[in-house]
Design a protein. Structure first.
Length: 255
């Protein structure tokens, strides 16, 4: 893996082709020392803009992409994900990893990030391990008008339900505030495209970690963000760029 941006120090071994260790990746992707919440997204895209192939992101990924995926999870307080992605990708609870144990303890974090599922209808299978046997209790973000029976089912399964909207849906800014109010400041969203589109449209996304996969898919797959157009496009600045085997691992931050 090579670091392409910021311009590498030729005396820095991390600047040359080599297997980046998890500590190096964790340092490179460390959250900023901000007092408020910081929401970063991690997504993968094909060269022609597809976020999925046959409904899943895995065909676009690689071993290095999964190492970065694991690193970003290892740094986060909570992983925010849409209900459709939970269903399509077969989400499981986040697990504790020895490689991040000391770093998380020093930062005052629990052993693993909480999974926070965003759902208006709560049409979720609450018998899955994500809800019944997580290391850290799973959170469900929904609106005040969510079906009471589904709220009760979520709570019976062991999930904690957080209201982050006045109607049936979730307000993205209130979702971020609700998680931050529980001390979950370092936030990571893994989509899907509709949820990321809501975060982008609401202007609450601080950082995008985008893997550009050297693949072409054609087809009708969604982009990484899907939803209503922003009135004015928001510009982000390139913070870092890594490359391996044709995969580009980009990181952009709000300007």
């Amino acid at each position: 893996m090579r670091r392409l941006f910021p311009l590498p120090d030729p005396d820095d071994p991390a600047a040359t082709d080599h297997e980046w260790g998890l500590d190096e990746l964790a340092d490179a992707y460390a959250y900023p020392a901000a007092e408020g919440p910081w929401l970063r997204a991690n997504m993968v895209s094909s060269l022609d803009g597809a976020a999925q192939h046959d409904g899943k992101s895995q065909p676009l990924s690689s071993d290095s992409d999964m190492r970065i995926f694991g690193t970003l999870r290892g740094l986060a307080d909570a992983v925010v994900v849409g209900a459709q992605t939970v269903r399509q990708e077969g989400y499981r609870p986040a697990r504790a990893r020895d490689a991040f144990a000391d770093r998380r303890a020093a930062a005052g974090q629990g052993p693993a990030p909480a999974i926070a599922v965003v759902s208006a209808s709560l049409d979720l299978d609450f018998s899955l391990p994500l809800f019944t046997s997580p290391l850290v209790p799973t959170l469900v973000l929904t609106g005040a008008a969510a079906p009471p029976a589904r709220v009760a089912a979520a709570e019976k399964a062991g999930a904690e339900v957080l209201v982050a909207g006045d109607g049936t849906g979730v307000d993205p800014a209130r979702a971020v505030e609700a998680l931050a109010g529980r001390g979950l400041r370092r936030l990571l969203t893994e989509g899907g495209p509709r949820l990321l589109g809501q975060f982008v449209g609401s202007g609450v996304l601080d950082e995008l970690c985008l893997t550009v996969s050297p693949t072409l898919t054609s087809g009708s797959a969604q982009r990484i963000a899907y939803g209503a157009d922003r009135a004015v496009p928001e510009r982000f600045a390139l913070a870092s760029l890594l490359e391996e085997a044709g995969f580009l691992f980009t990181r952009y931050r709000r300007t």
